[in-house]
Design a protein around this ligand. Structure first.
Ligand SMILES: Nc1ncnc2c1ncn2[C@@H]1O[C@H](COP(=O)(O)OP(=O)(O)OP(=O)(O)O)[C@@H](O)[C@H]1O
Length: 476
């Protein structure tokens, strides 16, 4: 069966197609939308990760019907992206909608606790996040917030979208446009010792880039203590959260969807590598309990997502040169990066390191687990003699303390200890060949982005991938 058809078949398993199974799942409700219908009756709509909501006029497609003529057939779609924290709304209408009185049209937006959504001249919906129902409502447009957090044309709200070791990322607003555009504001504390170099480098590198698969920088505003980087908003959450929707298929994406995401990752990397920039910190979270940030974000919610490479904090121009400062994250470092980490005098080259990380991400999407960072199982040679288990995921998967875990992961990477189980990879030999090539221990023989684009796995569906990609990039 052609891969595209396999993808279509598997489409039935996408999160958006699970509503029947999910009807009964009221326990994992992330948010409620409270509305008063035309007859004056109060109604409560439930939103969960496995159950997106569609609002519109068409009773056959929409999960909630508003029959006003001003309402589009499918007016908007709402997604819970990260349980109890962030929800996304996608406007699909011809006339837009109002979020807290601000007009949004043809784009996705983040919907926070307390936000009010209004279909033009029609029904209003108040968003109540389950975990925050009892907390104070923070209206992102309230005048207090505006004056307190106004930075030139930008309003920075207190709503956190995530944080990492260097930065806090908050929801912000561009007030210059008639359609109020939500953006992300990444705030980084200035260190005296840093003399702005690292941060300035990130902003400088990103500011000059313009590619649909790379998170765009709109502006950089500095004050005495902080640097604020205004970024294109990604409303679909991160790749790991997306993969986590696929609990029923052991967290594995279908081949067609993994291929589509890899195709985009390669497009973004090609753009970077052609400019001799390496990212050096491509990563996806490795297990559900990890709260660490990741750098592959979904531009908007929904199946077959458009992805963006984000966080260029460790990016390096002239990446064909060796770098002596090893950064990045252990489970995504190639063997030469691990050797350099343990031996401070050695260096490694950024571009092949990105290709290795791409291989790790590919493995994770297709097999449902990280190739090297998967905890330990009882009986494993890494099973600790004295128990220092930190947590466990499933009955058989245990996580060690992070230091101990890093040691185990490093050893597996150095020893090239990666398993391509036949039951998973046997049916997708072209994908296996590419993934193995990306995970070649020798950076000289490792697949480059160009090699990957010419690999059988990508080439055999190239035309379909290109068409789907173009269609997605052109759609709003
Ligand atoms: N453009 C964006 N749109 C939406 N959310 C974002 C955006 N950029 C970042 N985030 C969220 O903020 C989190 C932290 O961002 P980021 O990884 O850039 O911080 P960091 O401090 O540089 O991370 P690290 O510790 O990896 O260096 C991300 O994982 C993501 O959840």
């Amino acid at each position: 069966m052609p891969r595209s058809q396999r993808a279509c078949k598997n489409d039935q398993e996408r999160p958006g197609h699970r509503s029947q199974n999910a009807q009964a799942q009221t326990s994992n409700v992330c948010a409620k939308l409270i509305t008063t219908n035309r007859k004056g009756r109060r109604e409560v709509l439930l939103l969960s990760v496995s159950r997106p909501l569609t609002i519109g006029r068409n009773a056959e497609i929409c999960s909630y019907v508003v029959s006003d003529p001003v309402v589009s057939s499918v007016h908007c779609k709402l997604y819970a992206i990260r349980a109890d924290r962030i929800n996304g709304i996608k406007d699909l209408s011809s006339n837009g909608l109002f979020l807290n009185g601000h007009w949004i049209r043809g784009s996705s937006a983040i919907l926070m606790h307390g936000d009010i959504l209004q279909l033009p001249s029609s029904q209003k919906f108040t968003c109540v996040h389950s975990a925050q129902a009892n907390r104070d409502r923070g209206d992102v447009f309230s005048s207090a917030t505006v004056t307190e957090n106004s930075l030139g044309r930008w309003i920075v709200t207190s709503h956190s979208l995530g944080s990492g070791s260097f930065a806090t990322v908050r929801l912000a607003m561009d007030t210059e446009l008639s359609v109020h555009k939500q953006v992300a504001c990444k705030t980084i504390k200035r260190k005296v010792s840093d003399k702005r170099n690292t941060v300035a480098k990130e902003a400088q590198i990103l500011g000059a880039l313009n590619h649909p698969n790379i998170n765009r920088v709109y502006d950089v505003v500095s004050d005495n203590k902080h640097i604020h980087i205004f970024l294109e908003l990604c409303t679909g959450g991160d790749l790991f959260s997306y993969i986590s929707h696929y609990e029923a298929s052991a967290y594995r994406l279908c081949e067609g969807e993994a291929q589509y995401i890899m195709y985009q990752l390669l497009q973004g990397l090609e753009y970077l590598h052609e400019r001799l920039i390496s990212h050096r910190d491509l990563k996806v979270r490795t297990h559900p309990s990890s709260m660490k940030p990741e750098n592959i974000l979904l531009y908007s919610p929904g199946p077959y997502p458009r992805i963006q490479i984000a966080d260029f904090g460790l990016a390096r121009p002239k990446s064909y040169q060796e770098t002596l400062n090893v950064c990045g994250t252990v489970p995504y470092l190639p063997p030469e990066g691990i050797v350099a980490l343990d031996n401070k005098l050695m260096g490694y080259v950024g571009i092949p390191a990105d290709c290795w990380s791409a291989g790790v991400i590919m493995y994770l999407m297709l097999s449902g687990r990280h190739p090297f960072d998967y905890g330990v199982v009882p009986g494993d040679s890494n099973w600790p003699s004295s128990i220092v288990i930190q947590s466990h995921n499933t009955e058989s998967q245990y996580w060690l303390s992070s230091e101990r875990n890093d040691e185990v992961v490093k050893r597996r990477i150095i020893e090239g200890d990666v398993e391509f189980l036949d039951e998973i990879w046997g049916g997708i030999p072209e994908a296996r060949a590419l993934c193995q090539w990306f995970l070649s221990p020798d950076p000289q023989t490792r697949a480059t982005v160009h090699d990957a684009q010419n690999s059988r796995w990508i080439r055999c569906d190239l035309q379909e991938l290109k068409t789907a990609y173009q269609r997605r990039m052109n759609s709003r």
